[in-house]
Design a protein around this ligand. Structure first.
Ligand code: 5AD
Ligand code: SF4
Length: 460
């Protein structure tokens, strides 16, 4: 691992400036996880740094970039659909540059497909090449040839990259990159490469700046935040990092994701419990499934018993903590019995929220070659049962909060009737009447009703 500092390419900036009469506009769309959303903000930062403006529609753009996700096939299909729709724009505007980056672009077979079948895509770069983007654009502008390099793994951490954040009150803060876990279903370790941690100094500096700029909610990001710190010159684990960040004075709260149950520790939970003002009482702890046999096949390195022990410990320390999780339905060979163990588990844990996915085969992973005798119909039926069970669990728990008054960060307008929506520290969402000027501030809301996982209330 190597940390390097971002350097603005003035040569690239000059080439870009010379190619346009007025400042060119860029449209950047990120798919997938929060890490990608954050990297999209970095992309916009780097583009702004070399003279681009940022626009909100592809029609206005001189440069269109899709920052893609590869975690499930559906995500990839969506991106291909969206790129296909750009062909028309390119016919109308020959100077338009179209690029694809992120996790899909890190896979050689995708780059090959773009080479062969998507002649109107001009630029491709993988997950760790954001700082090189201005040079790729300059190469394209000068040579008029496509710049579709075969992706390589790059382990540098680039600090001090410019950023253009989407929100003025919620910020993403990556603490590590990559993943070493190789869960057998998952493509992430192949596309995002080996795990590497930013230094605590770099994280603290960015954190301090965010607090100073008035950010209320700071979400620490990593594929497995609980293994933070491996390979640092001075050892530090994730609990230590959290404790250190909480010493920064200010009016903010911290969220973090994603935690891996094999590495989440009592020490982490103790630090959460000791800092209720600064760390949210919510833990996203993806379990994936409730059968030890399947967990083993998934290479998850924990048992249901271990998982439940963590949950019990957290509840004992923080009685009002809420949990959320990711579940994969229909992993190769998952039997009816295995699936029922998952239903048992979610009833025991009583999650507030579940993110549920039907298993998607990812070429190159171990699970992709495992026998998979169950049909898609079997899997969708299981999914429906899982969702019905979760609706019941969530409704019951959400209803139990009615009557309480809680601190809420106002995020924006909700779906219905011009109501504001905001998030409780425990990650639940509430709708209530109020003025747009409150967006980005914290208010007290009395919770008066609930429908499924959604609360309603009024400000007090
Ligand atoms: N199929 C379905 N879901 C997947 N996830 C990761 N890989 C796959 C896959 N191949 C889910 C996991 C993970 C979440 C981010 O995406 O549940 O926690
Ligand atoms: Fe994928 Fe597992 Fe790494 Fe998460 S921990 S990114 S599921 S391999």
């Amino acid at each position: 691992m190597n940390t390097i500092e971002y350097k603005r390419s003035s040569t690239a900036a000059e080439v870009i400036a010379a190619a346009y009469e007025t400042p060119p506009m860029a449209y950047v769309r990120s798919f997938g996880c929060q890490q990608n959303a954050n990297e999209g903000e970095r992309i916009k930062g780097v583009l702004t740094d070399v003279g681009y403006g940022v626009c909100n529609s592809p029609e206005e753009a001189d440069l269109i970039l899709f920052n893609t996700c590869a975690v499930r096939e559906h995500a990839e299909q969506r991106v291909f659909g969206n790129i296909g729709a750009l062909k028309k724009l390119k016919e109308q505007n020959k100077g338009l540059i179209i690029g694809l980056c992120g996790c899909m672009a890190q896979q050689p077979h995708i780059v090959e497909k773009l080479r062969q079948s998507y002649s109107f895509v001009d630029i491709v770069f993988g997950v760790n090449g954001i700082d090189t983007l201005p040079e790729l654009i300059a190469r394209k502008l000068q040579s008029r040839r496509r710049v579709l390099d075969t992706p390589v793994e790059r382990l540098d951490i680039v600090e001090e990259m410019p950023i253009r954040r989407d929100s003025s009150f919620r910020a993403w803060l990556p603490i590590m990159y990559g993943c070493d876990n190789f869960c057998t279903y998952c493509i992430v370790p192949y596309v995002r490469g080996r795990e590497r941690s930013r230094t605590p100094e770099a994280i603290l500096a960015e954190f301090r700046q965010l607090v100073q700029e008035g950010y209320k909610e700071i979400t620490l990001l990593g594929q497995n935040v609980n293994s933070y710190g491996k390979g640092l010159p001075v050892p530090m684990d994730f609990a230590d990092l959290l404790q250190m960040l909480c010493q920064v004075p200010g009016d903010y709260h911290i969220r973090f994701m994603t935690s891996h149950p094999k590495d989440a520790s009592h020490k982490l939970i103790d630090v959460m419990a000791a800092n209720p003002d600064h760390i949210c009482n919510h833990l996203h702890l993806p379990v994936q499934c409730g059968s030890d046999r399947v967990l083993k096949e998934m290479n998850r390195h924990y048992t249901v018993e271990h998982y439940l022990e963590l949950i019990d410990y957290a509840r004992a320390k923080m009685p009002d903590i809420t949990f959320s999780s990711d579940i994969i339905v229909g992993f190769p060979g998952e039997t009816e019995e295995d699936f029922e163990m998952t239903l048992d588990l979610i009833r025991k844990v009583k999650y507030m929220q579940l993110f549920t996915f039907i298993y998607s085969k990812r070429t190159g992973t171990k699970a992709a070659v495992m026998p998979d005798p169950y049909t898609h119909k079997d899997k969708t039926e299981r999914m429906a049962r899982l969702l019905a069970a979760q609706d019941e669990i969530a409704s019951e728990q959400v209803a139990a909060l009615v009557g309480q008054t809680r601190t809420v960060l106002v995020e924006g307008f909700g779906r219905g009737d011009g109501l504001l929506n905001g998030r409780l520290r425990n990650n639940l969402v509430v709708e209530f009447a109020g003025d747009a000027a409150l967006i980005g501030t914290e208010v007290q809301v009395e919770l008066t009703g609930s429908r499924m996982a959604m609360l309603s209330g009024h400000m007090v």
